[in-house]
Design a protein around this ligand. Structure first.
Ligand code: API
Length: 262
């Protein structure tokens, strides 16, 4: 069997995109992990199936690099919007469905504006905040982001006593750069490593910075893979709507993978 795919990246968070409107893709954890493997496969932080959905332009089905079906992926969402636009499914404005519900998005030439789910309920714990922006995220503040032990510390928290038993969490390390900018590095669950950028994580950090430091929307967020912006409306402490993740989503290449080669 031959699988046609495209590769997209959003601030260095990279995805195998598959047009699965015919629902022919053989969903299998080992196959997806193999395709995402950076030595043996195509290489990616995740794999996304674009499918048809009644009353929507499309459905996004996201899998982490380990082959498990993930929660929401912000950068992957922006890449799926660009992929759908490239397939001719809409011109500029779209509404689609993902695992966490309905999303609206606007695809401009250089950037995708992706509406994220509303957030309510930020749990504060000392220097840390925890919330769900479509995926679970711990936000922890550091003085020197370059010196942060993202892999070792992230892994410890992800599998630790608090979040481990709950299915784990993504872990974000944040340095405040100035009154409207953050630098974020993320340990991603399901990839089990630091990625170049994590959209739901960047969103969580921006909301946390408003809640804790009164940082105003829009907030600029630097990641290892590039720059994002997060805009939002704060309705009450810890309660946000009209959240947008804004940044580039770029097609890198396309190809055909032979599953018989496995
Ligand atoms: N990279 C993704 C996050 C994926 C979440 C996933 N790692 C999980 O929680 O299982 C993003 O841009 O939002």
């Amino acid at each position: 069997m031959k699988i046609s795919f495209s590769k997209y990246q959003g601030t260095g968070n990279d995805f195998i995109m598959i047009d699965d409107r015919a629902e022919q893709f053989p969903v299998d954890k080992n196959l997806i992990a193999f395709l995402c493997h950076r030595r043996f496969g195509i290489g990616a932080d995740g794999l996304i199936l674009l499918r048809n959905a009644e009353n929507y332009d499309f459905r996004m089905v996201y899998f982490n690099a380990d082959g498990g079906e993930g929660s929401m992926c912000g950068n992957g969402g922006r890449c799926t919007v660009r992929f759908a636009q490239d397939l001719g499914l809409f011109e500029e404005n779209t509404t689609f469905i993902a695992v966490d519900g309905e999303h609206k998005a606007v695809a401009c030439e250089d950037e995708i504006f992706l509406n994220m789910i509303d957030v309510s309920g930020i749990q504060h714990d000392g220097n840390d905040d925890f919330m769900n922006t479509g995926s679970p995220h711990l936000v922890t503040y550091v003085e020197d982001i370059e010196a942060a032990e993202v892999f070792n510390e992230g892994k410890k928290i992800r599998y630790g006593d608090v979040y481990g038993p709950l299915g784990g969490t993504n872990v974000n390390f944040v340095e405040v750069l100035n009154e409207d900018s953050l630098y974020v590095r993320t340990y991603e669950r399901g990839v089990e490593d630091e990625t170049y950028s994590c959209g739901t994580g960047v969103t969580a950090c921006a909301l946390s910075a408003h809640d804790r430091l009164q940082m105003e929307s829009p907030i600029n967020v630097k990641t290892r893979g590039g720059n994002l912006r997060v805009s939002f409306v704060a309705q009450a402490p810890g309660k946000f709507d009209n959240i947008y993740l804004i940044g580039p989503a770029i097609k890198v290449f396309e190809g055909v993978f032979k599953v018989d080669d496995l």
